[in-house]
Write a protein that binds this ligand. Sequence first.
Ligand SMILES: C[S@@+](CC[C@H](N)C(=O)[O-])C[C@H]1O[C@@H](n2cnc3c(N)ncnc32)[C@H](O)[C@@H]1O
Length: 332
Amino acid sequence: MAQLKEWTKVFRARKWMKRAEPVLPLWHGYIGYKYGLFDVLGSGATQAEAQIRLKQPLTTEALSRWFEVGLAVGHLKKKDLRYTATRHVLPELSKSDDRSIGFMLSELMELHLPALFSYPQFLEDGQQKTFNGEEHGDIVAETSALVETVAFPAVRHIIRSQNVTSLLDIGCAYGGYLRKIHEALPELRLAGIDIEESVIAEAKRRDTTGEIDFVVGDIKSFEVKETYDGVMMNNILYYFPKEERLRLLEGVRRFVKDAGTVILVTPLRDSEYGAPFSAAFNAFMTLHDNLYPLPGKQELTEQLHAAGFENVSISPFLKEGAWYIVTANATS
Ligand SMILES: C[S@@+](CC[C@H](N)C(=O)[O-])C[C@H]1O[C@@H](n2cnc3c(N)ncnc32)[C@H](O)[C@@H]1O
């Protein structure tokens, strides 16, 4: 009987160790991306050669262990004393290739996992963290661009089908959506506002046409000088607590012409899709004292109605991420 108990524990432990194994390639890929290690291997290098090619000196013993893990997880190959990066990690985790998605591993390892590791403290004494938008802004902007790529065809379809001729993007960040819209539909009058001065400076720099009107402003207090027949506000609801969202949507309503369209690209909670992502997202938001859990469909619909919108439509476009495109028309 005692032996059965011991073996049961071994089987359970083995199951959990297997579950933990996928963290190893993630860790290895993150380190490789961060220090440009895959790039310096090029068509093959010994560890000593790789070390010479590195931009910054790294501890030899620590690096040896990274090489060993790389062989174990299939990121590296070794022939004689020379290592090469396998074809699937280059260009995926290259530091210099613009097809790389290494920044996403950085976001996971530097932002999301550390936040989840501090959960015990939050549970025990309620101590929250403060999200530092300046520190993580660039990485968040890069990962947001992935969502933008997936959402854009649907956004373009809505703009065309609703006959939108002028559009304001609230919380536009680097203006990625606006630049894509300008390229596809150059006749539209486009404007973007964002609360961060440095973000707007970068948005202006990236708009080589100079035809998009970018302004620094806080949507909560921004003065309405012009109205638009389309207003977009993507991935911003979680910056506002539930009770402030109604005021936010009422603020948005002031910029929309009667019968005009509001477009919100946002993850939602209580989603029939992507439950693990949505749950983890909300845990992350709740942990921070300046971020807030996502709204559910019903809550958002009710708030849109209360703010002066009708014909609310909520459609998933990135199911594994519980991401939706919400549209509504301003009441006349
Ligand atoms: C997560 S980013 C989303 C960027 C972009 N809309 C997208 O979906 O890719 C949120 C943006 O909203 C901006 N923001 C936050 N609070 C704001 C406010 N009160 N007024 C204007 N912009 C705000 C932030 O500076 C940030 O650039």
